[in-house]
Design a protein around this ligand. Structure first.
Ligand code: SF4
Length: 203
């Protein structure tokens, strides 16, 4: 295959379609698998039907139907916020976690696990910058995590030097750092930020 941008785009499209295809031995649809993955990996404030709608580039109505179907199957459960009972997020149940062990996307993940870490890092960088470019054209959400987000700052009560989300002013926990966020905004990178292994803010 020629190493052209067009060829790479064709391969990415084909790979995403074929690797996420649920196959005949699973009762879940591709959208239900995507929702299970999202609710397993997203940060707590993002774990809502509208967060999933942004992640899956679909309507809120369609996303809600998918979430409700997983709730009926016993894979997701709703959790009310301790501060605001009207604010509801969703968590995977034990059955949902078990089900995710048979995720069809694991085949692709296993193939990528064979690459050296530096190549995986490079691949992630290329994919992230491509997502930013595509989202910029189509007014879509870019997903990312705190360390690559321009909203990540430091502060906290009494001048504590703690990681804080500049968008929500919430203190970030260590467990938030590796989770997908639908409010993520990519950093504007310059030449001084071009080292992919450069320093990152630690939780
Ligand atoms: S710093 Fe960015 S990625 Fe992290 S919670 Fe805030 S908006 Fe989301």
């Amino acid at each position: 295959m020629p190493a052209s941008p067009q060829c790479a785009a064709d391969m990415l499209f084909h790979l995403a379609r074929s690797a996420s295809h649920p196959g005949s031995d699973t009762a879940l649809t591709a959208a239900q698998w995507a929702a299970l993955r999202f609710f397993a990996r997203a940060s707590r404030p993002s774990r809502t039907p509208s967060g999933f709608a942004r992640f899956h580039a679909t309507t809120r109505g369609t996303a809600s139907q998918t979430v409700k179907s997983l709730e009926r199957l016993g894979y997701l459960t709703r959790v009310s916020s301790a501060h605001d009972r009207r604010s509801v997020t969703f968590e995977l149940t034990e059955t949902g976690c078990d089900c995710l062990g048979n995720d069809p996307l694991r085949v692709l993940e296993a193939a990528l696990e064979k690459l050296p870490p530096a190549e995986v890092r490079r691949l992630c960088d290329v994919l992230q910058s491509s997502m930013v470019a595509v989202a910029g054209n189509q007014d879509e959400t870019v997903l990312g995590t705190c360390n690559d987000c321009r909203n990540l700052t430091r502060g906290g009560e009494g001048g504590a030097d703690l990681p804080v989300c500049g968008r929500t002013s919430e203190r970030l926990e260590a467990s938030d750092f590796a989770r997908l966020c639908v409010q993520f905004s990519p950093k504007v990178t310059g030449p001084e930020d071009s080292n992919p292994d450069g320093p990152a803010v630690s939780p």
